[in-house]
Design a protein around this ligand. Structure first.
Ligand SMILES: Nc1nc2c(c(=O)[nH]1)N[C@H]1C(S)=C(S)[C@@H](COP(=O)(O)O)O[C@H]1N2
Ligand SMILES: [Mo]
Length: 459
């Protein structure tokens, strides 16, 4: 077989069957008794497939699927001058086409609409609204005609049931603006092996815009909480996909301590503009640090309950993680699960983009990224260009306010031209560090916070 054919095959094989591709390159375990050395024909094939020499190939762990082939890589642009009649490029991401949203967002599902923001599109300090990800569980409601008349209720275990309009929220309460991360509970799900159920997020189920609203706690104080109110239930007005008006699409809640956190907001503006319908406008909840599903869009009701909520998204394996590690791919024992609360630490590289090609002779790369850690802060971000053999500490900014993400920068030096992977790993304020691969497998894939990697080709 001609070498070029073989190279192409390995590239394609990595897309289709990573395990077989890996075995072809690194050799099967049974061949040599152990794996992990990339030499000879394997190294040649791998280098050709990634498009350059691999200066740190000797550090490359066996079984590693090169970032160059990872699923976040957009399909290659057709070569300049290629005729429009050329066959369509191999299947790649489907980009979003939605008014007010960037066409760089990647569609993960269209019924319901789900779209993520590729890491390199999260390069702004404050996420622009057109780049804020979208996660709908049901049908997208029609735009509200008169936003100030939008109303919602606070009921259940309260002294005084409240109905409030957006107009009243604006006039009766003090408004606050804070930059805070909204992150889907399933962010990073695609990094699990075997594949976990649900939308295959890479790291793009997150964004950090500026939200304006009133403190949920201020509104709850007006209603007056009864001592029996120990848990909340949040509802939005979007219809279930089935069209059954009696069914909630998703309805989740939190224990009272989290509910009364002063950072929870009832929001009507994002980045100084009215909250768009697609992101839950005119009025939504923002419960930062915990899974995004708590941040009810199109908010129409918050109920105080005398026990844990049992709405859609609260039971089974939904938004739950194993207490003790389980066998990946197993069905799982519900008794071994607890509700996922604070999101785990995550650091992403926002520049350069995965697959970046840099001029020959480039010796230094300026990296930019972001990191966040649920209820905690980010203590450290480290970056590596040699498959994790050595690490460089990044400069990490302080959050503007609690629940803001932390931007980071670092400069890395490269010895020669070739194929590199830049890895980033964050460590939270309690010392928890992102793992090399998605950690504790669970049926619905929560907590997939593997280190982020981008492929860079120099020369
Ligand atoms: N009413 C309602 N609220 C909702 C959802 C929904 O489908 N309906 N999706 C939730 C989920 S799972 C997430 S991650 C966030 C996403 O918010 P966004 O679409 O504005 O990014 O909204 C949450 N609030
Ligand atoms: Mo979500």
């Amino acid at each position: 077989m001609k070498d070029s054919t073989r190279e192409r095959l390995i590239d394609e094989l990595y897309q289709e069957d990573p395990e077989r591709a890996d075995a072809n390159v690194f050799g099967r375990k049974t061949d040599v008794g152990r794996r992990g050395f990339l030499g000879g024909a394997g190294l040649a094939a791998m280098s050709a497939a990634v498009g350059g020499a691999i200066p740190f190939a000797s550090n490359m762990p066996g079984g590693l699927i090169p970032a160059a082939f990872a699923q976040s890589t957009p399909p290659a642009a057709p070569p300049a001058g290629a005729s429009s009649a050329a066959p369509a490029p191999p299947k790649g991401p489907q980009y979003l086409n939605f008014p007010g949203k960037s066409d760089k967002l990647v569609v993960l599902g269209d019924r319901p609409l789900v779209a993520e923001t590729p890491e390199d599109q999260l390069d702004d300090d404050t996420t622009p609204t057109n780049k804020l990800f979208v996660r709908n569980n049901g049908q997208t409601p029609d735009e509200a005609k008169d936003p100030d008349k939008w109303s919602f209720e606070i009921d259940g275990e309260v002294n005084k049931k409240l109905t409030l309009t957006l107009g009243e929220l604006k006039s009766k309460y003090k408004s606050v603006t804070r930059r805070m991360v909204l992150e889907c509970g399933g962010n990073g799900r695609s990094f699990f092996t075997p594949q976990a159920r649900g939308n295959q997020w890479t790291n793009g189920g997150a964004g950090c815009p500026e939200w304006t609203g009133v403190r949920l706690a201020d509104v709850l104080k007006t209603a007056g909480l009864k001592p029996s109110g120990v848990f909340s239930a949040h509802y939005g007005s979007d219809q279930h996909l089935s069209g059954d008006a009696a069914k909630a699409t998703v309805s989740r809640g939190v224990p009272i301590k989290k509910l009364m956190d002063e950072n929870n907001l009832i929001v009507w503006q994002v980045n100084g503009e009215p909250l768009p319908n697609i992101n839950g406008g005119p009025v939504r909840l923002l419960v930062p640090g915990w899974p995004g599903s708590l941040s009810a869009k199109w908010l129409n009701r918050i109920t105080l309950r005398d026990k844990e909520h049992d709405g859609p998204g609260m039971t089974g394996f939904s938004y739950r993680v194993p207490i003790k590690p389980m066998v990946p791919g197993d069905k799982g024992d519900p008794k071994n699960f607890k509700i996922l609360e604070s999101m785990p630490v995550r650091s992403i590289i926002t520049s350069p983009a995965n697959g970046a090609k840099l001029a020959a002779g480039t010796k230094e790369i300026k990296l930019r990224g972001a990191a966040w850690a649920g209820d905690l802060t980010v203590q450290e971000v480290d970056v590596s260009t040699d498959f994790g053999a050595t690490w460089t500490r990044a400069k990490v900014s302080k959050p503007k306010n609690k629940y803001d993400w932390q931007r980071w920068t670092a400069i890395v030096r490269l010895p020669t031209d070739g194929y590199y992977e830049i890895w980033t790993r964050g460590t939270d304020s309690r010392g928890m560090m992102q793992p090399h691969i998605a950690g504790v497998w669970n049926p619905q894939g929560y907590g997939g916070n593997a280190m982020h990697r981008v492929a860079v080709l120099v020369g």
